[in-house]
Design a protein around this ligand. Structure first.
Ligand code: 26V
Length: 796
């Protein structure tokens, strides 16, 4: 492995010369008159110039080889500058060079807006996969949407979430190349637009590989427009322009919750159509003799990231049949060998279905094709003697709704879940009917994270420590090598170093939080962190109810044995998800009350991070002592934040859910904190569960829940706290009480917190547990995950 590595040799003088030259050229200014922002963009330019040759070489040498295509409506890339420098192996050198001309790298870095082209886990996973594929020299292209506005920016006003637009490219985009000549025409029933690709280089880690992330932007189809201009119909022309640009104007901010909007399906069809056209066009160019597309599936495998890109399936059939004269049945056969499908959630509200009339309004031909596939499927089942009723769960179209997952399962070579437990639930439950008739399609690919961004770049102290202790940086290429750190488990000096690194990281975070949130926190306290999208199933309100109860107990009993703790929460709520917004208001209100109370605020602090995002995460993960992963068992498909915490030496406080289970397995249950009911138990009590019983029997639960409506906490007459209260013990309008089992798990959660609080003072034991977690995080590298996809599914 290592021999192949072509660390780009940095010719320092040349780099500096180019940089200053670029800076002055793009600004038409002398060096001393340029701004920090100019300096940031000139640095992007200089790096893009340096990788251009390798990028072209990679594109050229893979023209006629089998490639994987990762189709995803979301790529949550975050910032690229630091990461690209790390992957090029020139981070330190460039930092030093800039230093020589009095440019502070960190301050320039802040001029880069996050590319927040995703909601959460699913989008960030796609970005980690891009990094890992390039780092493992796997030829994988990403295909997606270039949203003009990324995920909204979150402002906290008087404790409430307020959303603001995120026009992330308003000052330019240093990391994309607009490839005008590869533009495609996408036809909707009522509109024709031009899809223009913007290519982002995805750099492998110190290996010379540059893959491509191709994001499509919707623009007016020119000829069409000009006719209006020529006829002086300016308003009409502008209107058409806007209508075209609307398609990729904004990322839908709904994580999990689905929304049946025409524009959303248009986005999906838009990027899938452009991408499929791109593949077919290139295939015809490089394999000009294969007019029958005999070998198409030998050269292409398309991985569908959840249900969002599934419309690519009928689109490939359409292009083959309507535009290339392939027979329908053959086109279906070719297509069936090309696609693979990943599911990312078992929550019913996220499994996409599209009403027939919307599909007809957007891409009528796709509906035709889906209907044909469905008819054939139903016919086959009938031929096998199945009754109408027995066929129902398999139908792709039912009650005029198109069930996208069913379409993908029929038409794919592989269906996978994203953690062991999740895949088991898919097989036993969600897709059990499919599993029964095609078990060979189902497989598990436990998620992972890229160690470059989430350790090498974001936690330099720990990264240097590891290299120092292992005597080389081989672990960056093969994260399993971290296992060798276990030889230091009994080495007091090394454990003390781990302790010191965490402490320095906590001081950094404390400084940053003071700057950003204007809250003073104590780096000597336990940092207990829960950062993720806000959702009832993730149970941030369990965390907050526990904090309320803890506060009351501390207040009543000031001499209580208690290790000072800082609870940090962060995350965005979907703008239309009232209860998730209520949870944010509650967190902020609890923080306000506690932080200003002199009786407790030396021991207890609560922080709600404003606008949690990738670049804030890079500061939070390295500083955590405790990683809160407290979803209701069976609900979190995998989780990936849990892995980032583990890799940075935090201990997991978690339920038996998603990848937590595998984390406990690898690092040892005794080195983490597990609590709560398991899936089997919850399944068996689901119908008889009575949260009121828990409420009446346990005075801590009653104390916490009552505080939602006692007047102690003020929700500014929004009725938000009453809504949370009702959801737990006083359900309205047919809703089930406490459907996420907070009250059932409360007592266990409280106990495990007490255990943590007690055990934290024995720092040597704690640090040993942290080391045990770091040493066993190797499995959770997305390098391992992507290699499994390549070997088991893609066969490349
Ligand atoms: C669904 C929808 C529905 C339509 C509107 C927009 C939208 C946007 C995103 C989603 C995806 C929900 C599924 C998801 O994000 N799952 C998460 O995937 C992570 C990566 O596999 C995994 O770690 C998390 O546990 C899982 O919740």
């Amino acid at each position: 492995m290592k021999e192949e590595i072509m660390k780009i040799k940095l010719n320092k003088n040349k780099f500096m010369e180019d940089y200053i030259e670029n800076l002055q050229r793009i600004t038409l200014k002398n060096f001393e008159d340029t701004s920090d922002k100019d300096k940031y963009f000139a640095l992007c330019d200089t790096i893009m110039e340096r990788i251009n040759q390798e990028w072209r070489d990679c594109k050229n040498k893979t023209k006629k080889t089998k490639k994987a295509y990762y189709f995803s409506a979301e790529f949550l890339v975050g910032r690229s500058l630091g990461n690209n420098l790390i992957n090029l192996g020139i981070y330190d050198e460039v930092k030093e060079l800039l230093d020589e001309i009095d440019i502070d790298f960190e301050s320039i870095e802040n001029f880069e807006d996050d590319a927040a082209l995703g909601n959460g886990g699913l989008g960030r996973l796609a970005a980690c996969f891009m990094d890992s594929a390039a780092s493992q020299k796997i030829d994988m292209y990403g295909y997606g949407v270039r949203y003009r506005e990324g995920l909204f920016k979150q402002k906290i006003e008087n404790g409430f979430q307020v959303e603001e637009g995120d026009h992330w490219i308003k000052d330019g985009d240093g990391w994309s190349i607009r490839v005008e000549s590869d533009s495609k025409i996408v036809k909707f029933r009522d509109q024709t637009v031009k899809a223009v690709p913007y290519d982002m280089p995805m750099l492998g880690f110190e290996n010379g590989q540059v893959n491509t992330l191709r994001l499509w932007q919707s623009e007016p189809f020119e000829e069409f427009d000009f006719s209006y201009f020529n006829n002086f119909q300016y308003d009409k022309a502008v209107e058409e322009k806007n209508r075209a640009e609307d398609i990729t104007r904004v990322l839908y901010p709904n994580d999990i919750q689905r929304e049946g909007k025409v524009l959303r399906l248009k986005q999906q069809y838009f990027f899938c159509s452009a991408s499929i056209q791109d593949l077919v066009e290139k295939y015809k160019k490089y394999f000009e003799n294969d007019l029958q597309f005999e070998n198409f599936s030998k050269y292409h495998v398309i991985q569908l990231n959840d249900t969002h890109p599934i419309v690519a399936i009928p689109e490939l059939i359409r292009v083959l049949v309507d535009e290339n004269g392939i027979d329908f049945d053959r086109a279906v056969e070719i297509t069936k060998k090309t696609f693979a499908f990943t599911n990312h959630t078992v929550l019913q509200e996220a499994l996409e279905t599209w009403p027939k009339d919307i599909m007809l309004e957007v891409c009528p031909r796709c509906f035709d094709i889906i209907e044909k596939i469905n008819d054939k499927l139903v016919e086959d089942f009938k031929a096998k003697g199945l009754s109408e009723e027995a066929i129902d769960p398999y139908r792709i179209i039912r009650y005029d709704q198109i069930r996208m997952a069913n379409l993908a399962i029929v038409m794919s070579i592989s269906v996978n879940g994203v953690a062991k437990l999740h895949t088991k639930i898919l097989k036993d439950d969600t897709f059990n009917h499919w599993y029964k008739i095609m078990p060979e399609k189902f497989n598990n690919k436990t998620n992972g994270i890229t160690p470059r961004r989430w350790l090498v770049y974001s936690n330099i102290r720990l990264s240097n420590f590891i290299t120092d202790k292992l005597g080389s940086d081989d672990w960056k290429y093969d994260l399993n090598k971290l296992k060798e750190l276990e030889k230091y488990l009994e080495d007091d000096k090394v454990l003390e170093e781990i302790n010191q690194i965490k402490y320095e990281n906590k001081k950094d975070l404390a400084r940053y939080i003071l700057e950003q949130e204007n809250i003073v926190i104590n780096p000597d306290s336990i940092f207990d962190i829960q950062i993720k999208r806000i959702h009832e199933y993730k149970r941030q309100h369990l965390n907050i109810l526990h904090i309320i109860n803890l506060y009351h107990r501390l207040k009543k009993n000031p001499d209580m044995n208690f290790y000072p703790t800082t609870f940090i929460l962060g995350g965005k709520a979907a703008p239309g998800y009232f209860r998730a917004k209520a949870i944010i208001k509650l967190a902020n209100e609890v923080a306000r009350v506690i932080n200003k109370d002199p009786d407790v605020n030396k021991k207890l602090k609560v922080v709600f991070i404003e606008n949690y995002r990738v670049s804030y995460g890079e500061k939070l993960f390295p500083a955590a002592d405790i990683s809160e992963q407290i979803s209701t068992a069976g609900k979190e498909a995998s989780g990936t934040g849990n892995m980032k915490f583990m890799l940075n030496g935090a201990l997991t406080l978690g339920t038996y859910d998603g990848a937590n289970i595998e984390i406990f397995e690898k690092a040892g249950v005794e080195n983490n904190y597990i609590f709560g009911a398991k899936v089997e138990e919850l399944n068996s009590i689901r119908d008889s569960y009575s949260p009121k019983e828990y409420y009446h029997k346990n005075s801590d639960i009653k104390d916490a829940v009552d505080s939602l409506v006692s007047g102690e906490l003020n929700d500014d007459n929004s009725y938000m706290f009453l809504d949370i209260y009702n959801s737990l013990i006083n359900p309205q309008g047919g809703e089930k009480a406490d459907s996420y089992f907070l009250l059932k798990d409360f007592e266990d959660y409280k106990k495990v917190h007490e255990k943590i609080n007690e055990e934290y003072s024995d720092r040597k034991t704690w640090d040993r547990k942290a080391l045990k977690n770091i040493a066993n995080a190797g499995y959770f590298s997305s390098d391992r995950t992507i290699l499994e996809y390549a070997k088991d599914i893609w066969k490349i």
